[in-house]
Write a protein that binds this ligand. Structure first.
Ligand code: BYC
Length: 474
């Protein structure tokens, strides 16, 4: 499955054999490049960036490194190899052959899922476009751009499906993916989190840890789809996605590590003293964590969802790692959810398993998020400090689903709106917290240098040293 780089659009789908599709995508390509120039990373388009590019989708070729100017990055269409024996893995059509074309009855629903997925990719590039100026090092700058170009490629992945399988509607949707913009009051991105501004690197690391991890779980669900081209494209996207979460995980680890060093040096847990020394105090890191985790929880949709039930029944979207479950039809099962009782308390309710698929996926996600938190806490504990980071309850600060607009404490205990307003400053980044974090964001673009608020990484990219010239600025 090597990739054809001779075509204007690199691909491993034999694009050249379908002239109409090829021309349609070649028509979209300049629109994409225009969008990249206008809303991609600001001011670094002529820099040489040490990026990885896929030359094939197998283990040998998917990560080939070299200097590239971002506008010359070879965005293309890469799908995992087709498994001719693949069968539908869940839902009412369990065990039947997977689809190579879109069944007419699922056309609108599948298109909606692909558009929603596609919409998040350019949205994240838009959210992050100013961050290059305040990168804590060339290593981080390179990682930001790697994430950005790959999100651009993930947009290509969805646009290919829209063009190849959804006719004129698909082409129109592909155009609209470049017309909606993150935070645009008139044409916002579809999902809430992707309209939140990312102004600082602590937010960027939280986003890549928590929001890209939603990407992981959604892609895993779509990688189970009976629509085989969607499944194969998502399988390959997941390979790239892993690095994005690595950036978030290690970024938060390094921020915590530096803070802990400063706390030890000064022998204090006083947040102000830590801030005065140029590091981010742990309560502020907690608030950013709470903000991005809770925002990302909304991306799984409602706890009880008839949409999710019909995606599952029809075989469009499965559970992440569907193979781990014994029963892939899930028709007679129930799932217990905790819902607000409408009178300031909570109630337990048993709902049909299929309607609970969003909650099933969200629960797996929360368990995955815990892993990093445990690791960060070990760093803090080893230093003999008493502070602990934690994930708030999945009921806290929700805007989507059964808990939307229900005020609770971070532990998930329902409270009044007044109590929430009184507690908010202690739970979520206040304006002054944000101003402080922003004040630390001074770009460090000299080779081998690192901003003072973050520890250097343990190792560089592709066995290069940490102080390698990952971005050549001109
Ligand atoms: N904001 O039945 P419900 C990634 C809408 S991230 C705004 O509760 P459903 C990435 C929902 O669309 C992964 N609206 O939910 C990460 C529905 O509207 P319609 C992206 C929301 O449909 C970092 C209504 O509320 N991929 O890849 O079961 C960087 C009722 O919905 C939100 C996907 O999301 C929200 N947070 O599930 C780069 C996969 N949540 O249809 C990339 C595709 C829900 O009634 N999307 N709504 O008008 C899906 O599978 C589903 O659309 C959702 C929602 C899981 C998002």
């Amino acid at each position: 499955m090597s990739i054809n780089y001779q075509d204007r659009i690199p691909n491993n789908v034999d694009l050249g054999s379908n002239r109409i599709l090829q021309r349609a995508l070649e028509h979209w390509q300049p629109e994409f490049l225009k969008w990249w120039e206008e809303l991609g990373p600001k001011n670094f388009q002529v820099a040489d960036v040490y990026l990885r590019t896929a030359t094939s989708v197998d283990a040998k070729g998917w990560a080939t490194y070299g200097y590239v100017r971002m506008p010359e990055y070879r965005w293309g269409i890469f799908l995992n190899e087709r498994d001719p024996n693949r069968r539908i893995g869940f839902g009412d059509n369990f065990g039947q052959e997977v689809w190579q074309q879109v069944p007419g009855e699922y056309r609108a629903t599948l298109r909606r899922l692909i558009v929603t997925q596609g919409d998040t990719e350019p949205a994240s590039v838009e959210q992050q476009r100013m961050l290059g100026h305040t990168a804590p090092s060339l290593y981080d700058l390179r990682n930001l751009f790697q994430v950005n170009v790959e999100e651009g490629r993930h947009l290509w992945a969805m646009v290919y499906l829209l063009h190849a399988y959804f006719g004129r509607d698909g082409r129109e949707e592909a155009e609209e993916l470049l017309e909606r913009h993150s935070g645009d009051a008139d044409k916002p991105r579809i999902l809430g989190t992707f309209n939140e501004p990312i102004r600082d690197w602590l937010s960027f690391f939280m986003f890549t840890y928590f929001t890209d991890r939603d990407g992981k779980f959604q892609l895993k669900s779509l990688a189970e789809s009976s629509f085989d081209p969607l499944a194969r494209t998502c399988q390959f996207m997941l390979t790239e996605e892993a690095h994005h979460m690595f950036v978030g995980d290690t970024g938060i680890t390094r921020a915590v590590k530096r803070t802990v060093e400063v706390m030890k040096e000064l022998n204090t847990e006083d947040p102000q003293a830590i801030r005065n020394a140029g590091a981010i105090d742990l309560p502020t890191i907690q608030k950013y964590l709470t903000f991005w985790f809770t925002s990302s929880l909304d991306l799984f949709g409602s706890e009880t969802s008839s949409n999710a039930a019909s995606y599952f029944a029809n075989g469009l979207k499965g559970r992440p790692d569907e193979a781990q479950y014994e029963d892939h039809v899930a028709i007679d099962q129930v799932y217990e959810v905790q819902l607000p009782d409408g009178a300031g308390g909570t109630k337990s309710e048993q709902i049909p398993m299929r309607n609970a698929m969003n909650e099933v996926t969200r629960s797996s996600y929360v368990r995955d998020c815990e892993i990093g938190v445990k690791r960060w806490n070990r760093l803090i504990e080893k230093a003999g400090l008493s502070f602990r980071l934690s994930l708030p309850s999945t009921r806290f600060r929700r805007n989507i689903g059964n808990w939307a607009g229900v005020p609770t404490t971070p532990e998930g205990v329902p409270i009044t709106a007044e109590q929430f307003a009184a507690g908010e400053r202690g739970w979520l980044p206040s304006e002054s917290d944000q101003a402080f974090v922003l004040s630390l964001m001074q770009g460090v673009h000299q080779q081998g240098k690192m901003a003072a608020w973050i520890a250097p990484p343990e190792r560089g990219i592709n066995n290069n040293p940490v102080d390698y010239e990952y971005v050549k600025l001109h």
